[in-house]
Ligand binder design. Structure first.
Ligand SMILES: [Zn+2]
Length: 188
């Protein structure tokens, strides 16, 4: 598989969906055969990314490919792959309705017996950690134990999947549900 090309494609899709922009959000894939992580570069519009822009980082943490500078939230992705050996993609963004829960340091718990509750029994909120530091992923191992997503306190949300399609799709579903809950609260 051409990981860089695949990642560039799904980064464009994530921006088309309005989940990320040139400043916020990042997406990665891991090649489990080499341990290399492919990640979006900082401060580039995801809509314009090509495979040459995608940063390749080896297991030692050294960038070995890509014209851009690896995302400052790289440590978050690295920790998610370490916590979940079964996944191949990590998606982080500041989707507004889920991020509202993160800013309030509240777990997101969908009402029981909704379709979403079968996928997300809960999305746990991690304590605040400054981006660009290892503090950002404090507690992620427990939060992602049997769950596909976690809230980053005071910051945003991270979702994992076997591939970018699954990680983005799950996050989009949770975000839409959080939006519906907010509308319900407003209307009724
Ligand atoms: Zn962020």
């Amino acid at each position: 598989m051409n990981f860089a090309a695949e990642l560039a494609k799904f980064s464009r899709i994530a921006e088309e969906k309005g989940l990320v922009d040139s400043i916020e959000g990042n997406l990665s894939m891991m090649d489990r055969s080499t341990g290399n992580i492919y990640i979006t570069p900082s401060h580039k519009a995801k809509l314009l990314l090509t495979e040459d822009d995608i940063c390749v980082v080896n297991p030692a943490g050294t960038q070995i490919g890509g014209t851009g500078k690896k995302s400052s939230e790289y440590f978050l992705h690295e920790a998610a792959y370490a916590a979940r050996p079964d996944i191949g993609a990590v998606f982080h963004c500041h989707a507004p309705y889920l991020t509202a829960y993160a800013l309030a340091y509240r777990d997101f718990i969908p009402p029981a017996d909704t379709a979403l509750s079968h996928v997300f029994s809960e999305i746990k909120c991690l304590p605040y950690g400054a981006f660009g530091t290892h503090a950002i992923h404090q507690g992620i191992e427990e939060a992602l134990d049997g769950r596909p997503a976690a809230l980053l306190g005071g910051h945003g949300v991270v979702c994992v999947g076997v591939d970018p399609e699954e990680a983005i799709g799950l996050l989009e579903a949770a975000e839409n549900f959080a939006k519906t809950l907010a509308i319900k609260k407003f209307l009724f």
